[in-house]
Ligand binder design. Sequence first.
Ligand SMILES: [Zn+2]
Length: 431
Amino acid sequence: MKIGVEALFTSALGLVPPWEVQDVALDTARKRIDFEVRCGAGLLACPACGAGGQKIHDRLRRSWRHLDFFQFEAWLHAEVPRVACGSCGKTTQIEVPWARPGSGFTAAFEALALALCRELPVRQAAKLLRCADKQLWRRIEFYVEQARALESYAGVEVIGIDETSLRRGQHYITVVHDLQAKRLLYACEGRNHQTVLDFVADLKAHGGEPTDVRHVCMDMSAAYAKGAALALPEAAISYDRFHVVALAIEAMDAVRRQELQDEPQAVQRALQAAGPKAKRQLMWGMRKNPAGWSPAQWQSMHSLQRSGLKSARAWRMKMALREVYARARVHNDEALARQDLKVWLSWAQRCRLAPMQQLAQTLKTKLEGVVRGMLDHRSNAFVESMNGLLQQAKRAARGFRKAKNFIAVAYLRLSKLSNLPVSPLAPGSTR
Ligand SMILES: [Zn+2]
């Protein structure tokens, strides 16, 4: 009967000769199951030179954490032979088939840990697995680096460069997406032109051709444009809706703040009917789409629209710009988009609201890039969905708000890496 149990676990653990389970110890109080695994071979091949039939010099005891068996924490223990080679003269420890060298986890445990970290914050995954989160971070970095090294970036043609920050307004990280394959290609600290050059070096290291890149979507920072001009000679630049509308909202907010400061009584009078919290409601109402207005925001916005305030004009201009984008999405015609945008620009230039005039000037100098960003609905939806996923990656690295941790988790989740270990619990996996 005893023999039957060992044989059962030998096969449950996927062990093949010369490895077998020699002893199983179940500790129900500590909820722990320990497997003593033995290498039964008398002679072994030398791991260093491959010479067969070498003598075992000694054995060193090691342990590995394995996947739980039901609610029992499972551990493997083995005396791992060192081979004294008569051929090359070296003494070398053999590798065990269930773990990578140097790891205290079995490969199956590591694969499960990685799969959990794709779905859960790392701290939570560690808690679930009852291990230290530091141990998981080390493995995420190891496997991500290994898997990224095997990725091919050949044929990458359309990319998006964007920045994100770990804390509001600091710790900037640049992210580069493949907008066709919808995957994260590259992330690093900083947001200057050198960041773009570093990305291009990484692209080349993965078999990509800088001259294949024919399109770059980005914000209007001069640094990214400089980097792209230096290292991506064939790329046309486009500025996507997300960034352009964000600039319009900023300009509109600047008008509202200025007016509140310069003419508080006029604002007060205009909003009188909308109640005491009208100013605050106005700020949010102006930024949101009408579909998202709360009843209180409706009231403030209604008062605003009937007023002669500068804020009302700024809001109309912002909405009109959104409308220009909405129409372009429907007609998708370059000439129409350019014409439509020019009408908006000439309105903005004549509006006597300084922030809007400045925005119009900026858009005018980058007109072709702005027009390109209006067509094909190119990156907009994707850029926005990527932003959502990046926010999730930030939450996954919570408590470890170092760029290094965030970048590792972002690669794990957003890069579609095809050479990560397969979860032992995934349907269709072989073990
Ligand atoms: Zn040897």
